[in-house]
Design a protein around this ligand. Structure first.
Ligand code: ADE
Length: 407
């Protein structure tokens, strides 16, 4: 069963899958190692991730390990239609296309949940929350969550004592947030802004809202391209860190007056509001890299006349002043570019895969709570990734092991 945009794109999707596969050696090695045992034989896995070439490597791996996969997307605009078609041609149950309406988006999530999966993999927690709100948890023995914004929602569910199955916060593994959030989003956000605007970054005042791992990555890459980076933060430690990393730090109401390009990466709502847009210069560009389209108050902009000026660029006329919104205020790195590169996603998705297997094996011993990725999985992903990158490291000597344990 599938519902995709155009099955004629399947061959193009296959080539993109092969390209990603070639650049995700750590994930491929894990899949190859597990294949003979078929640990997912007869297991239905529900997947709500961005449908990208990198995700196709994970999904094909799940299939090779025996799973019956039901796949939908984690954002109405992030699906790569060629990949959806390729996966459907390989027998994956795919319900995803680029440009889904809100209604279609939620209905596709319900379709995955109604297939009664045992394991549910999510990115942003729309699937987990829907399963909980609509009484569709019964079949699920465990879940995983990919991203910071999703973990925040699950933590609230957990603290309210309402989780109905154990969930592993994949986002919180070292081999996820240190690389995916920082280097993945750092690169792909700049990639999205460049593809959408085709403008010079050097010399621009580039405002990054949020200095978590994602904000750090974006600021670093913007500086690397020659931008004058300004950071806005609410957390005193992170604000200090940004300052000592060499960036200007100021409130958004100050940054709004001088910025040329604004990027939100906070996981929070209403970070750039109408009152800030009123202060902005003619021509300012706004983009969001957080999971949800709530960080920039798009509803404020929608009060004004607008027109599409390029793919993924919408111009708003605020009584003579023009502001430019990229990718409708949704994840700019996935809507205007292709998301994180495969070398980064191989670590995130190795954590997803191994966490799913761990849940399948251990769910009876686990409580209905939010867990971190087990340390041995995180470490194995790091070791595999080093090997995949061809990097060798030293082992501590016996003397060093003894020294580290001595008092
Ligand atoms: N999230 C960010 N980048 C991604 C990618 N390339 N594939 C799937 N999910 C992502």
């Amino acid at each position: 069963m599938y519902k995709v945009a155009d099955m004629g794109l399947a061959e193009e999707g296959r080539k993109n899958y092969e390209w990603a596969y070639r650049h995700m050696p750590a994930l491929v090695r894990t899949i190859e190692k597990l294949k003979p045992k078929k640990p997912l034989e007869g297991v239905r896995v529900g997947v709500c991730l961005h449908v990208t070439k990198e995700t196709s490597v994970l999904v094909m791996g799940l299939k090779e390990l025996g799973a019956d996969v039901y796949l939908t997307c984690a954002n109405p605009l992030s699906t790569q239609d060629d990949i959806a078609a390729f996966l459907a041609s390989e027998g994956v149950n795919v319900f995803a296309w680029r440009g889904e309406s809100e209604e279609e988006y939620w209905e596709n999530i319900r379709t995955v949940l109604r297939s009664r999966p045992s394991i549910l993999m999510d990115d942003g927690s729309d699937a987990h929350v829907t399963a909980h709100e609509e009484g569709l948890c019964d079949s699920i023995v465990g879940g995983t969550e990919e991203t910071t914004s999703g973990v925040i929602r699950l933590r609230a569910l957990d603290e309210a004592g309402k989780l109905r199955y154990p969930i592993i916060a994949v986002n919180n593994a070292y081999t996820k947030f240190l690389f995916d959030n920082r280097y993945g989003t750092g690169q792909s956000t700049l990639d999205g802004i460049l593809r959408a605007t085709s403008l010079l970054i050097a010399g621009k005042k580039f405002v990054v809202c949020g200095y978590g791992w994602v904000g750090r990555g974006i600021a670093m890459r913007a500086r690397g391209l020659g931008a004058d980076v300004i950071v806005c933060e609410v957390d005193p430690y992170k604000a200090l860190e940004a300052s000592l990393d060499g960036y200007s730090v100021m409130p958004i109401a100050e940054a709004a007056k001088v910025g040329d390009i604004f990027v939100t990466a906070t996981g929070q709502i209403g970070v750039i509001r109408g009152e800030h847009m009123e202060l902005m210069k003619d021509g300012a560009i706004l983009a969001n890299s957080g999971h949800f389209d709530v960080e920039i108050d798009v509803s404020y902009l929608r009060k004004f006349k607008s027109r599409k000026v390029r793919p993924n660029v919408e111009e708003f006329d605020l009584n003579g002043k023009r502001l430019y919104l990229l990718a409708e205020g949704r994840v700019v790195n996935l809507v205007a570019a292709e998301g994180h590169p495969p070398e980064v996603m191989m670590m995130s998705f190795s954590n997803q895969l191994m966490s799913a297997l761990y849940l399948l094996e251990n769910h009876e011993k686990l409580e209905k709570k939010l867990y971190g990725v087990p340390e041995e999985i995180d470490r194995e992903v790091a070791v595999n990734a080093l090997e995949g990158f061809g990097i060798k490291i030293d082992k501590p000597t016996e003397e060093q092991v003894r020294y580290a344990k001595s008092w």
